[in-house]
Design a protein around this ligand. Structure first.
Ligand code: F3S
Length: 410
């Protein structure tokens, strides 16, 4: 790799041991992936901030970095942690587990990392622009900002994301290179499906798209409109079943105003037609739980927006969650604060729901709840919770999720 004088001096330890280690990791990553040079990033977003991911090894790494004087060089935000920092007891988190998570929070704060604890920092807290290079982990957010915003990041991994934050740079390869951002697979939505495309179809399309595309760049054609939250669901599901880090939607996402633009003048290597039959089959496959008594209803994956909080409040108004069901909404502190000012949180809580802040079902220890059957409107939860929570999962629309919480069954 072609390194600047300053980068060479960083590698020699002139700016401290923490930066030396970080630069060593990044240049090695660049060499392995054929990068030509390092490029600056405007922000970073880290995943190894939850105790569930970081564990004791993470605490050891962060402790050593803090001792070596590590400080992030660019605005750096955090993915969800493993506890609701204010109400962890209410969510039956073991006290020793909560203490370890708080220690991680303290160590990250010492390095200058912002305690955002959310997988949707692009709402309010860390907003990259079109064409900007960033260093983000959290697969759902990576797919969202690459595709919907047009920022540029590879799917960073735990700790490598922190290395990028510590030097404010990444090696230039993969999705940082404009020529690599062209589409590879064409997914054509049939007109009959496009006509009735609804909220539930976005996570389902993402789920199917991830399976089809794996690590390729898919291009969707035929969709007529897509809202911010709908694209958030699509991104999260695609990044779960596949390792999709970038997709284009012709006419809707910024690097795909036309089909030719999406493919950067190249031909797709595969064409897939997705109609009502394919999407219904996918929705069916997304559920491992076929119906019966419901233990938990989980919404807010990725973390809910204020608009979604309003929807939950409206659907729960003057209703009551069944006694045997835990209805939890996952979101971040800022959305919670605004939603509380608007009375949405109070409406959800009055109905018997709980707001889980700064974490989610996949990140916190839920063994004490013994959830066996979980209902969700999230493709990402549908994919992961059978493993992370140990529950069978029923994927459905938001209104059916709420109805299942009221009835105690689906
Ligand atoms: Fe966010 Fe947790 Fe879903 S991190 S994307 S709410 S699995």
């Amino acid at each position: 790799m072609d390194l600047t004088d300053e980068e060479k001096r960083t590698l020699q330890g002139e700016f401290g041991e923490a930066e030396r280690i970080a630069m060593r990791v990044l240049t090695r990553l660049g060499e392995v992936n054929g990068a030509d040079r390092m490029i600056p990033v405007v922000s970073a977003h880290l995943v190894a901030c939850s105790y569930q991911i970081a564990g004791e090894a993470g605490i050891e790494i962060y402790t050593q970095l803090v001792e070596k004087g590590a400080r992030v060089k660019v605005p750096t935000t955090l993915d969800p942690g493993s506890i609701d920092f204010n109400k962890w007891e209410q969510f039956r988190t073991p006290p020793d587990y909560a203490q370890r998570q708080m220690l991680i929070a303290e160590l990250l704060k010492k390095m200058g990392v912002l305690p955002t604890w959310t997988c949707t920092p692009y709402y309010l807290l860390n907003i990259p622009h079109f064409g900007e290079d960033v260093a983000w982990s959290e697969s759902s957010a990576v797919a969202f900002i690459n595709s919907v915003v047009g920022s540029r990041t590879n799917r960073m991994s735990a700790y490598v994301d922190l290395c990028a934050a510590l030097v404010g740079k990444v090696p230039r390869f993969g999705l940082h290179v404009p020529e690599n951002r062209g589409g590879e697979i064409l997914i054509e939505i049939t007109p009959d499906l496009a006509e009735k495309f609804d909220d539930i179809h976005f996570p389902a399309l993402g789920y199917l798209m991830g399976e089809i595309a794996e690590d390729k760049v898919p291009v969707i054609s035929g969709l007529r409109s897509a809202g911010f939250d709908q694209l958030k669901f699509l991104s999260a599901a695609a990044a779960s079943t596949g390792s999709v880090a970038l997709y284009h939607i012709v006419g809707l996402t910024p690097e795909a105003q036309t089909l030719e633009m999406a493919f950067r003048q190249r031909k797709p290597i595969r064409n897939i037609i997705v109609g009502a039959k394919e999407i219904e089959e996918t929705i069916d496959r997304m559920s491992t739980f076929r119906g019966g008594k419901v233990d938990a209803v989980a919404v807010g994956c990725p973390h809910a927006s204020v608009v979604q909080m309003q929807k939950y409040a409206q659907l729960l108004k003057d209703r009551r969650v069944s006694g045997g069901v835990q209805f939890w909404v996952c979101t971040n502190e800022i959305v919670e604060a605004i939603s509380r000012k608007m009375g949405y949180c109070q409406e959800i809580e009055k109905a018997g729901g709980k707001i889980l802040v700064g974490t989610c079902h996949n990140d916190c220890p839920l063994g004490a709840w013994q959830f066996r059957s979980l209902v969700t409107d999230s493709g990402k939860f549908a994919y992961y919770t059978p493993t992370t929570v140990g529950s069978q999962c029923f994927f459905t629309s938001l209104s059916r999720c709420v109805q299942a919480a009221i009835d105690g069954k689906i």
